[in-house]
Write a protein that binds this ligand. Structure first.
Ligand code: GLN
Length: 316
């Protein structure tokens, strides 16, 4: 893949992306079931690029922590694939795009409790259950993984990733749908832990606060053949496979549209973040809180489409 990084250089280009795409008015929505997300100013916008050569470029609110929400699903999958039990995981969750909303119940019932992929809520609940079989507090395990990969400052923990427990409690109070998914999974024999514990742990994973810079650094191993900022995370084959699932399933029922507009594997969260990888080159994280009808960042998607067009970064 060639990079057509003609002028301006990346730092200036990111500044221009922020100027063009930072929302001027309150378009789009925020999810109704997560009270914390309604408190975030609509005009927050940040972008960061972590390169495989070890550089980090950023602009806008790139150091402001935000709620990673479903971006957590990429990292819990990576953690699950690190273990020796991954074959068992793949008997419990498929790798096909769902074509349905991330929290849909219908498909799960029709398909007998086997979620289409690990990036919809049902699939992520299965991944969490899988992790909890060995480590009951999978959310804290995830936090430690992310802190290490983000290269967060040792000894200055307050600046590293953290779980917003109040936001998690607020989301848990509105988690009827995720509880319904978990109970469906349980009923079909595809959950080993209690449904309530799995949902609680999952919601705490989603409530991890990180900045664009930290997420880009934490996701770098996916663009770098499994090699993270502090050692190997996955084999090159496993890293490639996660990238493939991001491309086909990372944006839920907007995966096709995102592939068309951006042409890169990505994973979004309803906190407004999107993590994207350019294999062999860099990981990119963009954040803007207001969402489109499919739950993906409106301005974030537009910014990535623009960045891809202007740099030539694409897997196609
Ligand atoms: N915590 C959110 C939920 O379960 C995550 C969804 C998302 O980011 N798409 O509804």
């Amino acid at each position: 893949m060639s990079t057509t990084l003609s002028a301006p250089p990346l730092g200036l280009l990111l500044g221009d992306i922020v100027r063009r795409h930072r929302p001027q008015k309150k378009e789009g929505t925020v999810p109704g079931n997560i009270p914390f997300l309604a408190t975030v100013p609509f005009d927050r916008f940040g972008i960061a690029v972590a390169t495989t050569s070890g550089e980090v470029f950023s602009s806008g609110d790139a150091n402001v922590p935000f709620s990673i929400q479903s971006i957590s699903k990429v990292f819990t999958l990576a953690m699950a694939l690190q273990g020796s039990r991954s074959a068992r995981l793949w008997s419990r969750v498929l790798r096909e795009p769902s074509g349905t909303a991330f929290n849909s119940l219908v498909q799960l019932e029709a398909e007998h409790g086997i979620p289409r992929n690990p990036f919809i809520n049902a699939g992520a609940l299965v991944v969490t259950d899988h992790l909890m079989e060995e480590t009951p507090d999978a959310a804290t395990q995830l936090l430690q993984f992310l802190t290490k990969q983000a290269g967060a400052e040792e000894g200055t923990a307050s600046h590293g990733p953290s779980i917003d427990e109040a936001a998690a409690a607020g989301e848990l109070a509105g988690s009827s749908r995720n509880l319904a998914l978990a109970h469906f999974l349980k009923d079909f024999g595809n959950l080993t832990q209690p449904a309530e514990s799995v949902v609680e742990n999952y919601v705490r994973q989603c409530s991890i606060m990180m900045s664009c810079v930290q997420l880009a650094k934490a996701g770098l191993f996916l663009a770098n053949d499994g090699q993270g900022t502090s050692g190997r995370v996955l084999s090159p084959s496993e890293a490639k496979r996660i990238g493939s699932i991001m491309l086909t399933c990372g944006m839920y029922d907007a995966a096709g549209e995102f592939a068309y507009r951006v042409g890169l594997p990505g994973k979004s969260g309803v906190g407004g973040g999107i993590l994207v990888i350019v294999p062999g080159q860099c990981a990119i994280c963009v954040w803007s809180p207001r969402l489109d009808a499919k739950g993906n960042s409106l301005a974030g998607t537009a910014a990535l489409a623009d960045l891809s067009d202007r740099t030539g970064w694409s897997v196609f």
